[in-house]
Design a protein around this ligand. Structure first.
Ligand code: PLP
Length: 366
């Protein structure tokens, strides 16, 4: 039977094997496992790539937490975000005893509906976290404008969109603050956990740099209550290899996405809005009888995933937000219909042909 890999991380490793193996060996030879030279080198390279200041950390969830700590989010503060995202986005708000305030998404791109943000602002609102879901940035001009008018901070959760663009600028440099993740399955992934915070604000960059390393300003002198959230030197060295080839990976990812779009019905395919590019963290279609079709694809050796089956306002952990079913109908509908197809720069034309043939025929039977 055909066996298709959902993200095919191994094929990518084989392509860069020599350089990655050398990078790993180099770190072991230096034995600078924590905050070695390669961490600084990577940060410089990430800064050049995004044209803003990058500070690495242990994972994408900590990146968000550190960003919120950096701007001084306190218990009782409100942070506006989307209910249609991975749990991390709101988990960090709640862990600072602040409150996530949800705003429904736009049907077109699954991102927060910028038109609905203003009505969610209260005197307690301190920040907005738009999530660039599946690899495509939100309406950042509009969001930055609202933030300016109400003196709010903006943190782009770019865990899925590192390398994407909005009006010619890179994701992670579309607002004062942004965060990303280098979890293996993200568009730019390492071989374990990793993340980064980005900011155009130099003073804030210094504070964030300090928070991710126990709030130190120099060894054993602690200005802030911080975290142990450094990126391992080994992960930095691996990421430096992958970053070198990342623009090419993005190009291939876009070719793969284009091929899906040409082989599938316009009724189910994802759309990228004008003046934006996606890095396709996921290629996510919309199907009414999603669960049924997913089962059929599975039986043909086609793995798929549901990102995400339950919006965050309906999660048990967020019951304290006191939202109920029906409050965010667009997100709720999306959660019933979304299906992410196998996707990587290493998906072959034959595999895509097979996936689309099967999917089209199952949809035809409906
Ligand atoms: C993956 C992800 C995160 C968290 O990243 P980790 O590195 O796994 O902690 C945060 N937000 C979104 C939208 C993500 O997809």
């Amino acid at each position: 039977m055909v066996k298709i890999d959902f993200a095919n991380l191994h094929a990518q490793y084989l392509k860069y094997k020599n350089e990655i193996d050398c990078a790993i060996q180099r770190v072991i030879d230096s034995s600078q496992f924590i905050m070695g030279e390669e961490v600084k080198e990577l940060e410089d390279e990430l800064s050049r790539f995004t044209n803003t200041q990058a500070i690495t950390c242990a994972n994408g969830t900590d990146a968000l937490l550190i960003a919120l700590m950096g701007i001084g989010i306190e218990p009782g503060d409100e942070v506006i975000t989307t209910p249609f995202t991975f749990i991390s986005t709101t988990e960090v708000i709640a862990s600072l005893k602040a409150k996530p305030v949800f705003v429904d998404i736009s049907e077109e791109d699954f991102n927060i509906n910028a038109e609905k943000i203003e009505s969610a602002i209260t005197s307690k609102t301190k920040a907005i976290i738009p999530v660039s879901l599946f690899g495509q940035p939100s309406e950042m001009d509009k969001i930055n404008e609202i933030a300016k008018n109400y003196q709010l901070r903006v943190i782009e959760d770019a865990a899925q969109s590192f390398g994407a663009t909005y009006k010619g600028k890179r994701s992670c440099n579309l607002s004062e603050l942004a965060t990303t993740s280098f979890f293996p399955a993200k568009p730019l992934g390492c071989y374990g956990d990793g993340g980064a915070i980005f900011t155009s604000n130099t003073e804030l960059a210094e504070k964030i740099r300090s928070i991710r390393n126990h709030g130190q300003i120099r060894r054993y002198y602690h200005k802030y209550v911080g975290l142990n959230s450094r990126l391992d030197t080994l992960q930095a060295a691996i990421l430096r290899v992958k970053l070198k080839y990342y623009n090419n990976e993005i190009d291939i990812r876009n070719e793969v996405a284009k091929r899906y779009t040409s082989l599938l019905s316009d009724k189910i395919t994802p759309k990228v809005k004008s003046e934006k590019t996606s890095v396709w963290a996921q290629y996510t279609v919309k199907i009414k009888s999603r669960d049924h079709i997913q089962g059929k694809l599975q039986s043909c050796g086609i793995p798929t995933a549901v990102h995400y089956p339950l919006p965050l306002h309906l999660q048990e952990a967020f019951a304290f937000c006191e939202r109920k079913k029906g409050d965010f109908p667009v997100a709720e509908k999306a959660s019933m219909e979304v299906l992410s197809l196998p996707f990587s720069a290493y998906l072959t034309e034959e595999e895509q042909g097979y996936i689309c043939n099967k999917l089209n025929s199952f949809l035809g039977e409906e």
